[in-house]
Design a protein around this ligand. Structure first.
Ligand SMILES: [Zn+2]
Length: 184
């Protein structure tokens, strides 16, 4: 591919078992407007396309597999300062294509199932799910984004913190307590 060429859109619906038998390799993107769950999560913040390099194959145990690497960036909200926190996601995909929950439970723990009951599966949903699974439960900036002083005083900040605490009972309050202890 020549540099600067627009990235190809991955097919949304495909027969992953057939792809596995063909040892198909795909590279491309899941466009941002096809990522409804990431849009819901982002609540109006910018959503970026998922970039993927994928390989379908049949493994030594005869399982139909999807391997690959996917990357994107998700705009979460910092649970400490409540500002936007862009979280880069770059994860390995190691899925096994199964028919139902029962088959999924038979998989070894390190293999995640992609349940495709019919012939065709939705690749976009599967990759979006992998991104969602890779996100941290309570994202925070990796620097002290709220100054210790403003945590101790100031009604605006504590109101904000209280509001955040409702959504996330553990992280914000725990941080407040920790900060108060260490700075006193
Ligand atoms: Zn922050």
């Amino acid at each position: 591919m020549s540099e600067g060429a627009p990235l190809k859109q991955l097919p949304q619906r495909l027969d992953p078992r057939k792809f596995a038998h063909l040892n198909a390799k795909l590279a491309g993107i899941v466009p941002e407007d096809c990522l409804s769950r990431l849009h819901d999560l982002s609540d109006g913040r910018d959503v970026q396309a998922i970039h993927a390099e994928l390989e379908f194959l049949v493994d030594e145990q005869g399982r139909r597999r999807l391997f690959g690497q996917i990357s994107t960036k998700v705009n979460l909200v910092c649970q400490r300062c409540l500002h936007v926190l862009p979280v880069p996601v770059d994860v390995a995909v190691k899925l096994a294509i199964v028919r139902d929950e029962e088959q999924a439970e038979d998989l070894p723990r390190d293999i995640e199932p992609w349940i495709v009951a019919q012939e065709q599966g939705d690749l976009y949903l599967a990759l979006e799910e992998e991104v969602l699974l890779a996100l941290p439960a309570a994202a925070k900036h990796d620097y002290p984004c709220i100054e210790a002083d403003s945590l101790k005083a100031g009604p605006e900040v504590s109101e904000e913190a209280l509001a955040a605490e409702k959504e996330n009972p553990f992280s914000v309050l725990a941080d407040l307590k920790k900060n108060l202890k260490t700075t006193d």
